[in-house]
Write a protein that binds this ligand. Structure first.
Ligand SMILES: NC(=O)c1ccc[n+]([C@@H]2O[C@H](COP(=O)([O-])OP(=O)(O)OC[C@H]3O[C@@H](n4cnc5c(N)ncnc54)[C@H](OP(=O)(O)O)[C@@H]3O)[C@@H](O)[C@H]2O)c1
Length: 354
């Protein structure tokens, strides 16, 4: 597998602009992904309108201010559990990017019915309302934790993947196509381990659960690029997987706490030693696009670039790794870019990189 970390995924695009500026509904638009997605889209010249759909009015208020009350943004208070509200928000929408989710593993574990309502019932509501509103394309965000899940968060995201993939069958002759994007940990997203390690480093002791633990890692900008890329290639039923590097969690600890002692506290329930982005079973109907993989709903869609039989994409057998030095550089880059963090947010379109 060739290195892909520094690549951006080029958007095939064109059709959106030809058909006039698209209207996009972004569920979970006030989150880490959502804000980076909005920033990227508004920096382009397509003139699209973006509807943000989420529950908390304060986050929406702060985001509206941070984006200078940009008229291309509309804010909808709503819960993906509420079909009526979603239906209203989807009116006249061309593309749905579904990012809203409960994603904290221990919180999902302790509130299973709530995680199911948001991540599973919410996914079904998005599918139903997209079909009813004749939305053209829907891209749902998924995670490596959905693959052979060991915690409820992963299990709900696996259900959501199935709901979106089979949404294409539900759609029947209607115009809506559904796909998922599945990736690993997003560097410095809300709930990431980096702020915890920073705090622990000040006290001189960093705790990791297991020295052998590995994770896939990508930046939020790469996540945004890849979702845009996938949105331009949706045919219906795909799971798009970017090729991204792995890191050892112990290397992340070393990168942050140069002088700190590292203490092993033992793997927690619901935690895996290594993550999987694609299973051997999936590789039987997957194609290799160079810097990305696609699991197809139907084997006949695979085409010429078939993935080798039995191929499995795991964080410990990955061929691309981040060194301690590279991790330190990447964290530095992320922390120098306020727009990929939650706070402070100051919108300066001219300063947004291409
Ligand atoms: N971060 C990662 O490392 C990672 C990795 C792989 C995949 N993903 C996936 O990427 C997506 C976005 O993640 P993120 O890091 O941006 O999450 P985040 O920062 O926690 O944002 C979650 C967003 O969803 C909204 N939301 C939560 N529950 C909702 C509901 N019931 N109805 C409507 N909106 C709701 C939140 O706003 P309110 O609370 O105001 O509603 C917020 O805008 C998720 O689907 C996640 O599973 C994330």
């Amino acid at each position: 597998m060739r290195p892909a970390f520094c690549e951006t995924w080029q958007i095939a695009g064109g059709d959106e602009v030809e058909n006039g500026p698209p209207t996009i509904l972004l569920t979970g638009g006030t989150g880490t992904f959502g804000q980076a997605y909005v920033r990227r889209r508004l920096a382009g010249k397509n003139g699209e309108l973006i509807r943000i759909f989420s529950r908390d009015e304060m986050k929406q208020y702060e985001m509206a201010q941070a984006f200078g009350d940009d008229p291309r943004l509309r804010f909808f208070i709503g819960d993906v559990r509420d079909k009526e509200r979603l239906r209203r928000a989807m009116d006249g929408v061309d593309l749905v990017v579904h990012a809203a989710a409960m994603k904290h593993v221990p919180i999902c574990e302790f509130n299973p019915a709530e995680a199911v309502k948001t991540n599973v019932d919410g996914a079904q509501n998005v599918v139903d309302c997209s079909i009813d509103a004749a939305v053209s394309r829907v891209v749902a965000l998924s995670t490596d934790k959905a693959v052979n899940p060991v915690n409820l968060y992963g299990a709900t995201k696996l259900c959501a993947e199935k709901i979106f993939v089979h949404g294409n069958v539900y759609a029947g002759a209607r115009a809506t196509s559904f796909a998922c994007v599945r990736y690993g940990n997003v560097m410095a997203s809300r709930g990431s381990v980096i702020p915890l390690f920073r705090k622990q480093a000040q006290k001189g002791v960093l705790t990791i659960t297991d020295r052998r633990m590995t994770r896939f890692w990508l930046s939020v900008q790469q996540a945004v690029d890849f979702v845009d890329f996938a949105a331009s290639r949706v045919r219906g039923g795909e799971i798009f997987i970017p090729k991204i590097p792995s890191m050892r969690v112990i290397d992340l600890a070393k990168a942050i706490g140069r002088q700190a002692r590292i203490e092993e506290v033992g793997i927690r329930p619901g935690e895996k030693l290594h993550e999987i982005l694609m299973t051997a079973e999936e590789s039987a109907r997957a194609s290799d696009g160079g810097s990305y993989l696609v699991v197809h709903a139907k084997p006949e869609r695979v085409g010429r670039n078939r993935v080798a039989d039995g191929f499995i994409y795991t964080s410990d057998t990955n061929q691309e790794w981040l060194s301690v030095k590279k991790i330190r550089e990447l964290i530095g880059e992320v922390e120098r870019k306020p727009w990929v963090r939650r706070e402070p947010l100051t919108y300066a379109p001219a300063a947004v990189p291409a």
